[in-house]
Design a protein around this ligand. Structure first.
Ligand code: C5P
Length: 324
């Protein structure tokens, strides 16, 4: 189950990045509003989660469960308010980043998540990391910076209006938010009341749907009032929204059955796939610096995971020695 989810997440992530990039870079009369895309994603996620809950319950018990776990336990529902809000901000920033960076650079800089997730794992979950693992994270950071150097060498505004620096700042902030929200959600999911994953996501939706709508009105209110909510939406945008929704739920499942750090490894492997895709679809030419940076990122992933496996192996060996 764990491996299947990790493999699925890898594929999902590579297609996702290419899809956002494609929906942003095509020649269209009206560009869709990314805040609206985030709003519809949250709405869709909530509907799908309600569907999963309904699948396991009769309609009467379904309403009872919703009342019990969402309305009658306001403190428990309130707990997911923080990751829900943080995810909304993060999702909006990732759209900004994806439209200002090429797909492969976006994928690789997004890997800063692994660093922030590790820091919050230590702070919030109070788990320790080995020295090798921290070193691996440093190599990861160096690799990501090299990749960034390539895109900042180009003009501040690229030929199609891309601003790599803006994209980079957005991705860095989004990664900090991602690390925090992911670990916080993991703590809630694994540590407190036995509330199902789908119900947790419905609880998140209670905050995420209104706040993402507030973000639409705050940022793009004028355009929405003039042209409507579905301004610039076509089947490609709907597909991107659906894919983002599936991705979000896959992340949630991955946090449940594995953890945030394992989830980030899966998405790292997606870099290679996105690079290949980017070369084919967007005529992206990787420079030597980009290639070196990407190689370092991938090397650090192996270093981090092998250190973890070694620690597990030593622990198992020590345990079996004690038993003998
Ligand atoms: O990889 P990263 O941590 O950035 O992915 C987070 C994504 O997963 C966000 O889009 C967030 O909305 C989604 N998510 C979700 N439900 C959860 C946890 C995350 O939809 N329970």
């Amino acid at each position: 189950m764990r491996t299947a989810i990790l493999v699925w997440l890898t594929l999902q992530n590579s297609i996702h990045t290419l899809l956002i990039r494609y929906s942003r870079s095509r020649e269209v009369e009206h560009m869709f509003l990314s805040t609206v895309a985030v709003f519809f994603t949250e709405l869709m996620k909530c509907v799908i989660c309600l569907g999963f809950i309904l699948r396991d319950e009769t309609p009467k018990r379904f309403l009872g469960a919703l009342l019990d776990q969402v309305v009658r336990q306001p403190y428990d529902t309130l707990k997911v308010c923080i990751p829900a809000m943080v995810y909304i901000l993060q999702n909006n920033l990732f759209y900004v980043a994806a439209s200002h960076l090429d797909a492969a650079t976006f994928m690789i800089t997004s890997q800063l998540k692994i660093f922030t997730a590790a820091i919050f794992t230590v702070i919030i979950l109070k788990r320790s990391l080995t020295r090798t693992q921290w070193f691996a994270l440093f190599i990861l950071f160096a690799g990501v910076s090299m990749v960034q150097l390539q895109s900042s060498k180009s003009d501040s505004a690229g030929p199609d209006g891309q601003k790599p620096f803006v994209g980079f700042i957005a991705v860095v902030i989004a990664c900090c938010l991602s690390g925090f929200a992911g670990i916080y959600f993991e703590k809630i999911l694994k540590g407190s009341a036995p509330v199902s994953l789908w119900m947790r996501n419905v609880q998140m939706g209670v905050f995420a749907i209104p706040s993402s709508f507030a973000a639409v009105m705050w940022q793009d209110g004028k355009v929405v009032q003039e042209y409507g909510l579905l301004y610039g939406f076509d089947w490609v945008v709907w597909l991107t929204v659906l894919w983002y929704c599936i991705g979000g739920l896959s992340v949630a499942v991955c946090i449940k059955y594995a953890d945030n750090i394992a989830k980030n490894f899966a998405t790292s492997v997606a870099i290679i796939l996105a690079t290949v895709g980017s070369m084919v679809f967007f005529s992206f030419q990787p420079s030597a610096l980009f290639t070196l940076g990407a190689a370092l990122v991938i090397f650090s992933i192996f270093m981090y995971s092998s250190s973890q496996s070694l620690v597990l192996l030593f622990r198992r060996m020590a345990k079996s020695d004690c038993l003998v």
